[in-house]
Every structure is written in structure tokens, then in C-alpha cells.
Design a protein around this ligand. Structure first.
Ligand SMILES: Nc1ncnc2c1ncn2[C@@H]1O[C@H](COP(=O)(O)OP(=O)(O)OP(=O)(O)O)[C@@H](O)[C@H]1O
Ligand SMILES: [Mg+2]
Length: 138
């Protein structure tokens, strides 16, 4: 059995932000995925979703569940990341002041995603889309 679902994520829409990750959490519960795995998926997905809201021009989160794994792909429309190694560092953030005032911008999202994942991959370059793939083995 394989399930694939995708959720649109809109740039700067802080009202709807978090919906994709909370919907994915519900789906995984219904599928009977163990709760410790769901927690890791939910944390990583929420961080990926907020990065699309805050740092990108919008995109989508794609959930793939197979008997072996839960895979989250966060794909956006740009503007891309110039220096991925820098972006992966704890504490590095380009979040603007008004977003920091909402409690984001600690520069912990990407390192957290990596910590939650069994496999983590980020593909990006300046002027292009960013694609983050997070795999959690079942
Ligand atoms: N989808 C994206 N598109 C463009 N740049 C991104 C994207 N995701 C992350 N970045 C860049 O990488 C930096 C680090 O991201 P990370 O999620 O670790 O921290 P943050 O989003 O700034 O703060 P936090 O996640 O702690 O609220 C961001 O500040 C931004 O410059
Ligand atoms: Mg972030």
C-alpha cells in the first residue's frame, strides 16, 4: 500500500501556516504509524512548511507513505539558497525582523529537520527552487 498526498503552502500566509503539517499528522495517525515516528515527521514537516511560508515564493509539501518509510518533500518556487552549508548551521537565519517578532528566525529549522530524519537531502541554488527531502523509516 502506498499513499501520496500534496498540500499547497502559500507565501507569507501565517493564518494557514501549519495546516499541511497538522493534516499530515492526522493522516499518519489514521494509518496507524507509531506515535514516536509521527512526532519526528510532524516536527520536520512543520519546520519545512514554515520555511516555505517565510523564505520562499510558495510551494507544496508532498507526503509519501510506503510500507518502509514516510517521506516528506518540501518543494518551492524559489528564490533558492545561495549557500546550503551556511543555511544548515545552527543559528543562521535571514528571517526579517517582523518574522522574528512572531517567534521564528532562531536558525534552528533545517538542523532540526536533519535531526528528525533518517535520511535528509536539500537541493537548491540561488534563483532556483528549493527541494528538501526527509525520510523516516518505519
Ligand atoms: N525554502 C527556502 N527558501 C529559501 N531560503 C531558505 C529556505 N529554507 C531555509 N532558507 C534559508 O536558510 C536559513 C536557515 O533556515 P532555518 O529553517 O534553519 O532557520 P530560520 O527559518 O531562519 O529560523 P527558524 O527555522 O529557527 O524559525 C533561512 O534563514 C533562509 O535564509
Ligand atoms: Mg526555518
Amino acid at each position: 500500500m502506498t499513499i501520496q498526498l500534496s498540500y499547497e503552502v502559500v507565501k507569507n500566509d501565517f493564518f494557514k501556516a501549519g495546516e499541511a503539517s497538522s493534516n499530515i499528522k492526522k493522516v499518519l495517525r489514521q494509518l496507524g504509524i507509531p506515535s514516536d515516528l509521527i512526532r519526528r515527521v510532524a516536527v520536520a514537516t512543520y519546520e519545512a512548511e514554515m520555511n516555505i511560508v517565510i523564505h520562499s515564493d510558495g510551494g507544496e509539501i508532498i507526503l509519501l507513505v510506503t510500507p518502509e518509510k514516510v517521506q516528506i518533500t518540501a518543494l518551492d518556487k524559489g528564490p533558492g539558497i545561495a549557500d546550503i552549508e551556511m543555511a544548515m548551521k545552527e543559528g543562521y537565519s535571514t528571517a526579517p525582523q517582523e518574522v522574528r517578532e512572531m517567534g521564528f528566525g532562531a536558525g534552528m529549522g533545517l538542523p532540526n529537520m536533519k535531526r528528525c530524519a533518517d535520511e535528509f537531502e536539500i537541493k537548491s541554488s540561488l534563483g532556483n527552487s528549493t527541494e528538501v527531502t526527509i525520510i523516516i523509516r518505519i
